[in-house]
Design a protein around this ligand. Structure first.
Ligand code: S3P
Length: 449
């Protein structure tokens, strides 16, 4: 574990210019995993170079994949060659697999390991991972026939004894792409058709990539009874003899781009375009929220990469109105909600985020983290059981924010600093490397001087 690194961010003028979004974290994890559990070899270009996605490369290597890493053709990206070991061919590693800080890795990999008959695996990670709920995957995996043990409270480390699996139908109590993906991946090695019903549409990168890799995945969407209600759907996967992920390129990550866009919206004169951003409808809730806030946002869809729509997003400074974020739009906005809170400080009225109790189970408790961060720099935020309310005060003073080991809070602190009157010191800013090691460089490249 590296030491804590602090950083200071202060107003120096408007962020302006154009940059390429760093590669998508969710899609990078999935590409490495499907490549490793695939037959033959594949190449993933534009793979995210970050602590989290490096953990995934180490994990698949430990399980027997051949991994070749070269610098990619854009900043923050790697070109990764993967020689797969096949859907049921994971080797038993020596010792525990270290997932670091990566919730996506531990949950998706658990699904793939559950059906590796006769082999045992231990998955462990950092202090934040050890606080995260795993019963939500352990229970359905046990129901499928795997032996899965957790630490008390249903937390990591996980011990998995791969077994012969059978299909189940699982009703997810909360919309979680990680839980859905875990069970679909386990379903590849289960006897019968595995089905998962989600209470609202969560990101569907796994479904898209599994289909591209030759798996039979079907989605049935239910018609919402009232307009604005969440869209429930049932996803079904058939068992597969094998999968083969074709060579692919990872699109840019809107969740990372969002920080630069927010900086442009908040600092007078700001005008930033982020190019190559993934625009999957299950990920772009933030754009809808920004529209309602009256933000000056321009989205141009330009094509497809890795089976996902991609385009550019331009954000320009202007006045903002408060918005209300409701449960139905939470899954598509989940990782950007703390940033919505920061924007709320500058909006007219009270911005309200509800139906987002899941924020308490992220890399940190992001309801407490966002509220404490906003209040520490002179904003006016109040925690709610399932979200928060932020009263617009026309700006923020500045001060000190503790990122608490949470990469997204670290980057939020940086943006807050640029938009503040007195600057913001971000304690433990270095944890931004979990998803975006080049963040500070990219952000400063947009600033004058
Ligand atoms: C992710 C899904 C979301 C998200 C996380 C990445 C994924 O988590 O918050 O950052 O890659 O599937 P949940 O599935 O727990 O909602």
């Amino acid at each position: 574990m590296r030491g804590r690194v602090d950083a200071h961010f202060a107003a120096v003028g408007p962020p302006a210019g154009r940059l390429e979004a760093p590669p998508d974290k969710s899609i990078s994890h999935r590409a490495a995993l499907l490549g490793a559990f695939g037959d033959g070899s594949t190449r993933v270009s534009g793979y995210l170079d970050s602590a989290d996605t490096r953990s995934t490369l180490s994990a698949i290597e430990a399980l027997g994949a051949a991994v070749e890493v070269r610098p990619g053709d854009r900043g923050g990206a790697l070109d990764v060659g993967i020689g797969g070991f096949g859907i049921a061919g994971a080797a038993e590693p020596v010792g525990a697999i270290d997932v670091g800080n990566a919730g996506t890795l531990i949950r998706l990999l658990a699904g793939l390991l559950a059906g590796q008959e006769g082999r045992g695996f231990r998955l462990d990670g950092d202090g934040s991972i050890r606080m995260r709920p795993m019963a939500r995957i352990a229970e359905p995996l046990r129901e499928m026939g795997a032996a899965v043990e957790t630490a008390p409270g249903g937390r990591p480390p996980l011990a998995i004894d791969g077994g012969r699996l059978h299909a189940i139908h699982h009703e997810m109590p909360v919309a979680s792409a990680q839980v859905k993906s875990c069970l679909l991946l386990a379903g590849l090695l289960a006897e019968g058709r595995t089905t998962v019903r989600e209470p609202a549409a969560s990101r569907d990168h796994s479904e898209r990539m599994l289909r591209a890799a030759g798996a039979a995945v079907r989605v049935e969407r239910e018609r919402p009874s009232l307009p604005g209600d969440p869209v429930r759907s049932t996803i079904a996967v058939e068992p597969a003899e094998g999968i083969a992920l074709p060579p692919m390129r990872v699109p840019g990550d809107l969740s990372s781009a969002a920080f630069h866009l927010a900086a442009a919206l908040l600092v007078p004169g700001g005008d930033v375009t982020v190019a190559g951003v993934g625009l999957n409808p299950t990920r772009i809730g933030l754009l809808g929220v920004l529209n309602r806030m009256g933000a000056d946002i321009e989205v141009v869809e330009e094509g497809r990469e890795g089976g996902e729509p991609v385009g550019s997003v331009r954000a320009r400074h202007g006045g903002l109105a408060a918005a209300r974020v409701v449960a139905a739009e939470v899954p598509a906005t989940i990782d950007e909600l703390p940033l919505v809170g920061l924007l709320g400080c500058f909006a007219e009225g009270t911005t309200h985020v509800g139906g987002a109790a899941e924020l308490r189970h992220k890399e940190s408790d992001r309801i407490a983290g966002a509220v404490d961060a906003i209040n520490a720099i002179g904003g006016d935020a109040e925690p709610l059981e399932d979200g928060f309310a932020v009263r617009g005060t026309g700006g923020i003073r500045g001060g000190e924010i503790d990122a608490r080991g949470d990469h997204r809070l670290a980057m939020l602190g940086a943006v807050a600093g640029l938009a503040s009157r007195e600057g913001v010191t971000v304690r433990d800013f270095g944890c931004a490397r979990v998803s975006y090691p080049g963040f500070e460089g990219d952000l400063r490249s947009l600033l004058p001087g």
